[in-house]
Write a protein that binds this ligand. Structure first.
Ligand code: B12
Ligand code: SF4
Ligand code: SF4
Length: 344
């Protein structure tokens, strides 16, 4: 019996996914990606440019790809109290187990479900790291729409979902693309602390604090550092104001729920962290993406942005760090603390 959409969706549910939809694996309109690249909004994520062709055509990733199965896992646990005094904030997606590992296991289960139903079917299952435009496929496959904040929003779990795809070399009944549900709302646009959303749905990574605190290898320019606030890893501001996220936290993945002590990280600890301690504490978590020098750099920036002179002693030794990004952030933070608390 040929593989059916219903069989695939049952396998996705059994694998623990909160949403699953199917799209035809037709190439993606290059216009939106090309406009982003033409304006340089990809910052130094050069792979968005070098892998352009692969991003736009799933047939280049899996020969004979006919369908894209898009899946989502919900991760939010409801609003926790804000980070306590002296601590930095962690983006909500990174508070539980590393979603890459959880996704990988659940995607494998889905691919095995497909293989059981159709042993000849070829699949390619990925999340985040492969050159697949996951939000575009999720929208096409009907599991949500790309909101004005640039995030994929599902009707049930809001944007507090992470995404994955399985390419399949079989024709499956596609779902209708999800219609836009932002309507006249524009709450996320002014909510961005750095003005990183120049037009609805388009994020300029050169301004985005998520880029600077997670992806950026190297130093952070002074104008961005001054806006980092308390964010030591990622940024959720453009999602926090979204009305679709108000009541969105029902039945999230238990493994992605916040682990004790992971809603915020004490700056004291981060400023004294050795590379060895870093490996023991953060390897295998989503926070490892920032690497040791990125996480310590971010903690120094947050301490510097706080205007609180008590951090000076903990920052000073970092002037001699072996990592250029850490040294540069320490110079910026000490100068900022010397200038005194921000006025306003
Ligand atoms: C690069 C990247 C980033 C960059 C760039 C952000 C961005 N908006 O793309 C940075 C580092 C800034 C980033 C930040 C974040 N990211 Co990120 N990121 C990615 C990654 C690896 C690639 C995305 C990409 O191709 N961007 C390039 C631009 C050009 O594409 P784009 O944003 O999709 O925007 C274009 C399209 O949407 C297009 N478009 C809109 N509608 C349509 C319809 C059609 C048919 C077509 C053709 C095109 C189109 O127009 C837009 C531009 O004009 C994906 C994983 C993946 N493989 O997809 C995760 C991913 C998008 N990130 C994710 C997350 C969780 C985040 C953060 C929330 C993390 C945080 N809390 O700090 C923030 C959110 C910032 C924001 N407001 O978008 C999740 C998104 C989950 C969700 N619900 O949307 C993903 C899918 C990872 C995952 N596997 O779950 N991210
Ligand atoms: S993640 Fe933060 S900095 Fe980036 S677009 Fe959203 S609100 Fe702006
Ligand atoms: S805040 Fe409003 S405009 Fe922005 S993504 Fe949510 S619904 Fe859309």
């Amino acid at each position: 019996m040929p593989l059916t959409a219903a069989t695939v969706k049952d396998a996705a549910r059994d694998a623990g996914f909160h949403a699953c939809g199917i799209a035809r694996a037709a190439p993606i309109d290059p216009g939106p990606l090309d406009r982003v690249l033409a304006r340089g909004y990809e910052a130094d994520m050069v792979w968005l440019r070098t892998q352009r062709a692969l991003r736009l055509d799933p047939g280049l990733l899996l020969e004979g790809a006919r369908s894209v199965v898009a899946v989502a896992l919900a991760y939010h646990a409801g609003e926790a109290p804000g980070a306590p005094e002296g601590a930095g904030e962690i983006a909500r997606y990174a508070r539980g187990r590393d979603y890459h590992a959880v996704m990988k296991r659940r995607l494998r289960a889905l691919a095995e479900g497909i293989a059981r139903a159709d042993p000849g079917a070829r699949t390619l299952a990925t999340s985040d790291v492969a050159p697949v435009m996951e939000k575009v496929w999720a929208e096409r496959a009907g599991i949500g729409w790309i909101g004005k904040n640039g995030c994929l929003i599902t009707p049930r779990h809001g944007s507090w979902v992470v995404l994955g795809t399985v390419l399949v070399d079989r024709d499956l009944e596609p779902d209708a693309p999800h219609p836009d549900r932002c309507g006249s709302c524009e709450a996320c646009l002014p909510a961005c602390p750095t003005g990183a959303i120049p037009e609805p749905g388009v994020v300029d990574a050169r301004r985005c604090l998520s880029f600077w605190t997670i992806e950026r290898r190297g130093d952070v320019p002074a104008d961005v550092a001054a806006l980092v606030g308390r964010r030591v890893f990622g940024c959720d501001d453009c999602q926090l104001v979204c009305p679709w996220n108000d009541a969105a936290h029902r039945g999230s993945d238990p493994e992605l729920l916040p682990r004790p002590g992971r809603e915020a990280l004490a700056l004291d600890d981060l400023l004294r962290l050795s590379e060895e301690e870093y490996r023991a504490r953060f390897n295998g978590t989503s926070l490892a993406r920032a690497r040791y020098d990125g996480l310590v750099r971010n903690a120094i920036l947050v301490a510097g942005a706080s205007g609180d002179a008590r951090w000076v002693e903990a920052i000073r030794p970092h002037l001699a760090s072996a990592h250029g990004a850490i040294r540069a952030s320490a110079e910026w933070a000490l100068a900022a603390l010397e200038r005194g608390p921000p006025r306003g």
